[in-house]
Design a binder for this molecule. Structure first.
Ligand code: SF4
Ligand code: SF4
Length: 98
């Protein structure tokens, strides 16, 4: 049930961002209306609990066994922030680029 709701939320976000959002915001100076979101990862704070991996609805986070750390696939990430909300150490956060 929760997984289905998350899927709907992510799908709506993708639709807005890529199909509606671009059309609306392209007509105006980008900086005046929104900044680009970015998922920030702080390796020092990470405790490798892997909750973020379990939380990400589109599997954009994986665990690198050789380096013993999580890896974020920025191409797939839609910056929904679910992983950051789940991270108890604040090792993940959504930030905004200028
Ligand atoms: S939820 Fe936070 S502490 Fe846990 S693995 Fe992910 S980034 Fe690291
Ligand atoms: S913000 Fe986190 S949960 Fe959302 S898509 Fe990106 S990696 Fe996955």
């Amino acid at each position: 049930m929760i997984r289905n709701i998350l899927s709907v939320v992510v799908t709506l976000k993708i639709i807005f961002k890529y199909f509606i959002g671009i059309g609306v915001f392209q007509k105006f100076p980008k900086k005046a209306f929104r900044k680009k979101e970015k998922l920030i990862y702080d390796l020092e704070k990470c405790e490798n609990c892997l909750q973020c991996i379990k939380t990400c609805p589109i599997k954009a986070i994986s665990f690198d066994e050789s380096h013993q750390r999580i890896v974020i696939n920025e191409k797939n990430c839609v910056h929904c922030g679910f992983c950051a909300e789940k991270c108890k150490t604040n090792a993940l956060r959504i930030d905004f680029e200028d």
